[in-house]
Structures are given as C-alpha cells and as structure tokens.
Design a protein around this ligand. Sequence first.
Ligand code: PGA
Length: 215
Amino acid sequence: MKRGSTIKILIENNYEEMCTKTASLIAEEIIKNPKIVLSLPTGSTPVECYDRLVQFHKEQGLDFSEVCCFGMDEYISLAQDNPQSYYYFLNRHLYRHVNIDKRNTFSPNVLAGNRQQACDEYTDMIKERGGIDLILLGIGRDGHIAFNMPSDEIQAYTHVELLSEETISDNARFFEKLEDVPTQAMTLGINNIISSKKVILIASGQEKAEVIGEF
Ligand code: PGA
C-alpha cells in the first residue's frame, strides 16, 4: 500500500456475501494481471472465498496458470504434506482445484535448520517476484495478522513468532488436542504485508466485533 492509499470499508449482509465479494475482487485482479503475486491466509474465515474462486475457475474459466501464491505463515516444523500445515490447507481448499502451477506456490521453509536464513530467503523470494500484488488477510480475536502477535515490537520481515495462548487455544479446534498445536510459526512481517500493492482484510462473526471495532 502506498502512503495515502485509499481505504474502503465494505459491510456485507452475511458471511456468504462477504466471501463472494472478496472472491470477486480477487478474480478482478487476476483478470487484470494474470501473473499476479498473491499472498493468502488460512483459517475458517477465507474458506468460502476459496470455494467461490474455485467456482469462478470451473464455471467462468478464471485462469490461475500464471498466478503465483505465497502462503503468509506456517507452523514451525510442519512439512507441506502434513495435513495440519497451512500449505496443505491452501492446497486442499484452492490449489488442487484450479490450474495453478504448483511450482508457483510457496510457503516459508519451516523445516530449515537455520530459521533466520529461511525467513530472509522467503522475503527475498517475494522481492524477486516484484513484491506482493494482493494480500488477503484474516484477523485473530487478539488482533494478530498473519502470525504477527499483538506486541510493542513490530517485526518488519519474515520471522519466527511465539504464538499467544489465546491463538493456540483458538487453533486447537483444528487439532486432536491442545498439546498438538505448534507453539511457533514463521510469518510474513508487517512490512511484507503493508508493502503489498493491495490489501484485503476480512472478518466475520460476533467474536471479531471487538477487534474490528478498534480499527
Ligand atoms: P479464523 O482465523 O479465520 O479461523 O478466525 C483468523 C486468524 O487467525 O487470522
């Protein structure tokens, strides 16, 4: 986002309409720029947006063949083929249903021995592709964006975060038990996010009202 960028707040009637609107905005950007660099989130909020994008691909031929996508975060030590990993989630909900080239789908290397180097490489990979054109964000109840936890210290670029207890307990619903939830993740930093040319943040439901009210 450039300094002075326009911020629009769109309020839709319900979750389904929010997802349809969001998917339509993303589809418009893909049509305008077939080589778009996206960064996409996981979580329950974007699921129907991905369903709509898949529908646009299947019914209207929305073309992902040159689209590039960077996952915005990933649990430490979960490989891409681990069903709890965020790469697996994006593959399950989006990638495998559209004609995206898997070689253009990326996630932070959370298996690397040298995590700082892996973080720096991820930031460099994004830069090499000209930066992110469009990032879709969810938001946690505690205000976290990607896995940037609320803190007095802002981390600019890809880094490792310790997850808050609230986030761990919120995410436990995706795991068999609380102890299975990873406690650390690699995430894009705030500069990676706000230097995206377009940013869409979506939130739905009573439990997000308080954090959205703070904007
Ligand atoms: P949610 O997660 O979409 O499952 O509420 C949002 C987030 O943690 O960013």
